[in-house]
Design a protein around this ligand. Structure first.
Ligand SMILES: C[S@@+](CC[C@H](N)C(=O)[O-])C[C@H]1O[C@@H](n2cnc3c(N)ncnc32)[C@H](O)[C@@H]1O
Length: 198
């Protein structure tokens, strides 16, 4: 009997499980969230989509939000559950979930954070999943870059100004994309960041 190849989602899961098994990887909130945290509402429901080790989720839960953190990798989710337990964050709910197969529901969240995950077809659903007045914080790699960090496949990186197009239905509060302007040893390079309100 021939062994079946794992399907593409299963292959992705295996890849990310292997990466998160590396104990040196640590959870960090994205700069777009850290440097714009003053824009957050005082409380509410938040989603860290494709959360990995959940740096954004931990940050939001520590600020008192009721947080959902979803990722395909069970290794990442186990590590996040453990971190939340150590910090006694009962308001953080980390779940293994394929966000393409099971996206969020309409008007479910006050805040959605996405860092370093780009599935363009999901953006309209994310916009729908924000409550009226809700905020999205988004940060991921751009094609114009200074370092060689991030995915090599340009399809997984943003074109110039692309986040602005993807979220053009929303009111943009913050946008940053430095490209290769000026002193390349300084600044927030390789990424675009957006905060926008529904
Ligand atoms: C580059 S990591 C970013 C993780 C985290 N957001 C961060 O900033 O550190 C991309 C994440 O997307 C997750 N992922 C990829 N496809 C997914 C899917 N369909 N559903 C849920 N998570 C997915 C991976 O498991 C991985 O944790």
């Amino acid at each position: 009997m021939s062994q079946q190849e794992p399907d593409p989602t299963q292959q992705l899961r295996i890849k990310w499980d292997q990466r998160y098994a590396d104990a040196e990887k640590v959870a960090r909130p994205a700069e777009v969230l850290l440097s714009n945290a003053h824009l957050l509402p005082e409380q509410g429901s938040a989603l860290d989509l494709a959360c990995g080790l959940g740096g954004n989720a931990l940050f939001l839960a520590q600020r008192g939000f009721t947080v959902e953190a979803w990722d395909l990798s069970s290794v990442a989710i186990q590590r996040l559950v453990q971190a939340a337990g150590q910090l006694k964050l009962n308001n953080l709910h980390a779940r293994v979930r394929d966000v393409e197969g099971q996206p969020p529901q309409t008007e479910q969240f006050d805040v959605i954070v996405v860092s370093y995950f780009l599935e363009r077809s999901l953006i309209p659903t994310l916009i729908q999943a924000l409550k009226p007045g809700g905020l999205v914080f988004y940060q991921t790699f751009t094609r114009q870059a200074v370092s060689s960090e991030g995915p090599q496949n340009p399809a997984f990186r943003l074109a110039d100004q692309e986040l602005l197009q993807l979220f053009s239905q929303l009111q943009v509060c913050v946008y940053r994309e430095e490209g290769r302007l000026g002193d390349l040893s300084l600044g927030s390079r390789d990424v675009a960041m957006l905060v926008a309100q529904k």
